[in-house]
Design a protein around this ligand. Structure first.
Ligand code: SAH
Ligand code: SF4
Length: 433
């Protein structure tokens, strides 16, 4: 059964994707080996291990309506009934947040037990939950590694409540295929793409833990999780299909219903998939720019060697649906003495001319062993002021460096409390409007 579903569940799609990713990374590995010999730096990508094996009893979470109907056909549900059953299941899973088939009381008992024999509605398993004083919550999620010897895979998901919204920071990979030199996630050896179910499942876990499904009584009917940012672990555009399928589920009006304008996908600049993001997903875009000259960006974001700044910005100019009302966010991590001069600020403003943009300055969030330091607050202020005077909305909301800026990408898999800086950074990251 697992294999039947494995083959039809997009695992074949995964395999060809995996093969392409493998070929791509082999090419890059070879390029980087040549570069290493000629004295160049960090390898551009790692080879993804991708040992995902679907459970024998698969979850319906993460499937499209058409895929659910197909699964129902495979277990003998009559063709005439499939559409109606799919609608019922969709409602129970994505509006009511049902965690078992038994809870789906509008479906006949017999049908429920038939479903239960073949499927689950499981989401990622929560192994730890931390709640900070200010309401920020961090969940450590365990995902199957498909390999008994291999340690179970883990990702984190963080919820940041604010007065006017609640933002969930979602991961797209275990670790990251790329190696940005200032990012802790990039140092992680193990990489696996998450499935669409594991990505959409993070939003479901948050709604479960916050008791935020449609049954929760609220005076205004408003939900706690109102925004999603793809800014957790991983490079979402290196796992395009799964991220797309998951975000289409998360934004579905008859389900979780988080509007595409409240979903932001952050990428380090996988140029060919930027236009696809606009066309096939239609969410808001954030670009991890971090440097305004190719020489420095090659070092900070090695993917720049493949897709340099000019190409990246052209893709932003061509981004479908961007306008002054739907601006592209440019993330810029503030690294002391590296990219934080006023010359950099000037060039940044010049580069972004003509692109409907906003700039999000992120104070560098240090981690053990890093060679970088966060810019001094004075310098961040000067930089921010220059940008503000050039007409860009400034993310600095308090006069001194307390409630400043953002830094998600430091998420890592050990369970530990969020540091004050991490919390401030996350909250600033959530300021996507
Ligand atoms: N891979 C995607 C999304 C995840 S990272 C991307 O790179 O865009 C989310 C953001 O956090 C990115 O802008 C990333 O550059 C930034 N980031 C990573 N490590 C950081 C650190 N140590 N301090 C501050 N920001 C960091
Ligand atoms: Fe990956 Fe983003 Fe970190 Fe770069 S910054 S290593 S792309 S998670």
């Amino acid at each position: 059964m697992g294999e039947v579903f494995g083959a039809r569940w997009g695992i074949s799609r995964l395999s060809s994707g995996r093969w392409k990713a493998y070929l791509m990374s082999m090419t890059d590995t070879m390029t980087s080996m040549t570069e290493a010999r000629s004295g160049a730096t960090t390898p551009l990508e790692k080879i993804a291990l991708e040992t995902y094996v679907p459970p024998a009893k698969p979850s319906l979470v993460g499937l499209s309506r058409a895929e659910i109907a197909e699964r129902l056909g495979e277990i003998g549900v009559a063709a005439a009934q499939r559409k109606m059953r799919t609608q019922q299941l969709w409602h129970w899973i994505y509006v009511r947040g049902a965690q078992t088939f038994d809870a789906m009381t509008s479906i006949s008992r017999e049908m429920r037990s038939q479903l239960d024999r073949h499927f689950t509605v499981a989401r990622p398993e929560v192994v730890a939950e931390q709640i900070s004083n200010d309401g920020t919550r961090k969940w450590l999620l365990r995902l199957p590694s498909g390999d008994a010897v291999e340690k179970a895979h883990e990702v984190e998901c963080v919820y940041i409540p604010e007065t006017d919204r609640g933002t969930l920071c979602v991961s797209s990979q275990v670790g990251c295929t790329l190696n940005c030199s200032f990012c802790h996630t990039g140092t992680q050896r193990l990489v696996r793409n998450l499935t669409a179910g594991e990505i959409a499942g993070q939003v479901m876990v948050a709604r479960d833990r916050l008791n935020d499904w449609a049954d929760r009584e609220t005076p205004t009917g408003s939900r706690l999780v109102t925004n999603v940012v793809m800014m957790g672990m991983g490079e979402p555009l290196y796992n395009f299909e799964a991220v797309r399928d998951a975000l289409l589920i998360v934004s579905d009006n008859e389900g979780i219903g988080i509007s595409r304008r409240r979903i932001t996908l952050s990428t380090s600049g996988v140029v060919p998939n930027i236009v696809r993001t606009g066309e096939e997903i239609g969410v808001m875009l954030a670009i991890s720019l971090h440097a305004v000259r190719d020489e420095l960006r090659n070092e900070l974001v090695p993917l720049n060697r493949k897709y340099p700044i000019a190409e990246l910005l052209q893709a932003c100019r061509d981004y479908p649906g961007s306008s002054n009302a739907r601006r592209i966010t440019f993330e810029y991590v503030m690294l002391k003495g590296v990219n934080d001069s006023l010359d950099d600020a000037r060039l940044l403003v010049k580069l972004l001319k003509g692109i409907p943009a906003k700039i999000n300055l992120i104070p560098f969030n240090p981690w053990p062993g890093t060679r970088y330091e966060c810019s001094d607050w004075d310098q961040i202020e000067k930089f921010s002021e220059y940008i503000f005077n050039a007409g860009y909305s400034s993310p600095v909301r308090t006069p001194r460096g307390r409630d400043i800026l953002a830094a998600c990408g430091q998420l890592k898999s050990e369970t530990e409390k969020l540091s004050v800086r991490e919390r401030q950074a996350l909250r600033a990251m959530a300021m996507t409007d």
